[in-house]
Design a protein around this ligand. Structure first.
Ligand code: FAD
Length: 382
């Protein structure tokens, strides 16, 4: 079945060339530094990689979901889960809140810089007290004249230390216990807004080049026009963008696993033990066949959900299945690929070691596997 047309393939070649020439040579250095240089963003903007689905009048590419799929797949081929995640947050997790729910004036003001890579975005929903229960958000927004005043804090925010634009979920009113979702709204906040502090850059197991921050808001005044969507119904809008985030996670997991398996196949063909290459041992051949089959299953589950989502269908159940399946798949593929590399798989100089650490996030970030199972069961009316 053909998913990608000639235009998509042309776009793929452009992203792959960029990744091979301008990303891959620097990945180790960025991991070591714990940071992706900010100069990558205007460069990606110049190449037209940021905002591929946004309308051309805002500087976007006016393209379709397949173009986003290609971008995700090719970013992960860099073997930098960190860069793929940072880009995904900017293009598919944070800025869609503006594109889908922002006023025309806000879109005209901010989208061109987002597409050009001059304004890096992050999305701040999770709080230290709990991420799975989004409706329990404690950050408050109180209306004061033509501003909202925000107080609270956020945890684990990707791009949080370097961002220029913060998409922040806060509660405007205290809903009753049966309507705890109602008060949540999304605000667009500029970096230098008084009262916004990056409290801490967090140190983590994997995705080490991606910045993950803890944020604090103290009497932070946000103009009323920077409220995205309708006051108090933001929760449902947040949940809609989460669907895109989870598809992107699925695409990253599948393409990342495919890349790791390619590397592993090359390794077992080259590595000799007991008078021949590892790839000639039946146990190893079968393991590779199992992994390839698993990745192919994940790929088609993900592609089907992407295409349905792109066509505007309600695919919450399918997308939750994508997130659940591909996150588990990534754990198995990462474990087995390290195993097939033997001792070298445990060494920093082999990309599979980083892949193993990066992939651990997949069952946690963007909604845990347990929460995906809850959503699937609920969608099945259990
Ligand atoms: C590297 C990284 C980057 C991130 N980037 C962002 C970001 O950019 N923006 C953002 O807003 N957030 C971000 N997150 C937060 C992420 O989405 C949360 O970590 C995730 O949603 C889980 O929330 P939690 O960590 O508070 O775990 P908790 O909600 O405390 O859950 C802990 C455990 O309990 C389980 N659990 C919770 N409730 C239930 C239940 N009802 N039934 C069964 N099991 C349950 C969970 O599955 C999990 O295993 C990031 C996290 C990480 C680690």
């Amino acid at each position: 079945m053909k998913i990608f047309n000639d235009q998509h393939e042309m776009f793929r070649r452009a992203v792959r060339t960029f990744v091979e020439k301008e990303v891959e040579p620097h990945v180790d250095e960025w991991e070591e530094a714990g940071q992706i240089p900010k100069s990558i963003w205007p460069r990606m903007g110049e190449l037209g990689f940021l905002g591929v689905e946004y309308d051309e009048k805002y500087g976007g590419g006016g393209a379709d979901i397949q173009t986003t799929m290609v971008l995700c797949e090719e970013m992960v081929r860099s073997r930098s889960g960190s860069l793929a995640m940072a880009v995904g947050v900017h293009t598919d997790m944070a800025s869609p809140h503006l594109y889908w729910t922002g006023s025309e004036a806000l879109k005209e003001k901010y989208l061109p810089d987002i597409c050009r890579g001059r304004a890096l975005c992050c999305i701040a929903v999770t709080e230290a007290g709990g991420g799975s229960d989004v409706a329990a958000i404690k950050t408050r927004a109180v209306r004061d004249g033509d501003h909202y005043v925000l107080n609270g804090a956020k945890m684990f925010i990707t791009n949080g230390a370097l961002a220029d634009l913060y998409f922040i979920a806060a509660r405007i009113e205290q809903g009753s216990s049966t309507q705890r979702h109602r008060g949540i709204s999304m605000f667009l906040v500029e970096r230098h807004t008084h009262g916004l502090t990056v409290s801490r850059k967090l140190d983590k197991m994997g995705m080490r080049a991606s910045d993950t921050a803890e944020l604090a808001f103290q009497d932070m005044r946000v103009p009323v026009e920077n409220l995205l969507g309708r006051e108090g119904v933001g929760f449902y809008e947040v949940m809609r963008v989460f669907q895109r985030e989870r598809l992107v996670a699925g695409l990253h997991a599948v393409a990342g696993c495919a890349r790791a398996l390619e590397d592993t196949i090359a390794y077992v063909q080259e590595r000799h033990a007991f008078d021949g290459p590892l790839s000639e041992k039946q146990v190893i051949r079968h393991k590779v066949a199992d992994l390839a089959t698993l990745i192919e299953a994940g790929r088609w589950l993900t592609y089907a959900a992407c295409l349905k989502f792109g066509a505007g269908e309600d695919v919450v159940k399918e997308i939750s299945m994508v997130k659940l399946f591909t996150a588990d798949m990534a754990q198995k593929v990462a474990y087995d690929c390290v195993q097939l590399h033997g001792g070298y798989g445990y060494m920093r100089e082999y990309p599979v070691e980083r892949f193993f650490r990066d992939m651990r996030l997949m069952t946690i970030g963007g909604g845990t596997s347990e929460i995906m199972k809850e959503i699937i069961a609920k969608q099945m009316e259990l």
